[in-house]
Design a binder for this molecule. Structure first.
Ligand SMILES: C[C@H](O)[C@H](O)[C@H]1CNC2=NC(N)=NC(=O)C2=N1
Length: 97
C-alpha cells in the first residue's frame, strides 16, 4: 500500500484511537510494558510478522519487559503516514489479545 503524509487533523484523529501513543520528536511513539521478557519478545515476533507482510517496519528497542516504539515513514522523508497509524493499530490489537 502507498504511504502518504497525514495532515495535522488526520494525525489528531488517529491519536484519539491509539491509547497511550504520542508524537515524540516527530515520530509516533509508545512505551509498552509487559509482564515478562518472554511476553515482550512474543509480541515483537507477532508484530514483526505483520510488519513484514505490510512492508512497513517499526523502529523499536527492548529492555527486559519494556518495548519502546517509534513509527515513522522513511520513504516520504521521515513523516508520519497512514502506514504508521495502521501498524500502531495492529500493535494495539496484538497487545490486547
Ligand atoms: C521497499 C520497501 O517496501 C520500503 O523500503 C519500505 C520498507 N519498510 C519501511 N518501513 C518504514 N517504517 N518506513 C518506510 O518508508 C519503509 N519503507
Amino acid at each position: 500500500m502507498a504511504a502518504y503524509k497525514l495532515t495535522e487533523t488526520e494525525l489528531q484523529q488517529a491519536l484519539n484511537s491509539l491509547p497511550g501513543w504520542q508524537i515524540k520528536e516527530g515520530k509516533l511513539y509508545k512505551e509498552y510494558k509487559f509482564n515478562s521478557f518472554a511476553t515482550a519478545l512474543g509480541w515483537m515476533v507477532t508484530v514483526g510478522v505483520h510488519a513484514e507482510i505490510m512492508g512497513h517496519h517499526p523502529e523499536w528497542s527492548n529492555v527486559y519487559s519494556t518495548v519502546r516504539v517509534n513509527l515513522i515513514t522513511h520513504d516520504i522523508g521521515n513523516a508520519i503516514s497512514n502506514l504508521d497509524v495502521e501498524l500502531g493499530k495492529k500493535m494495539e490489537e496484538i497487545y490486547g489479545k
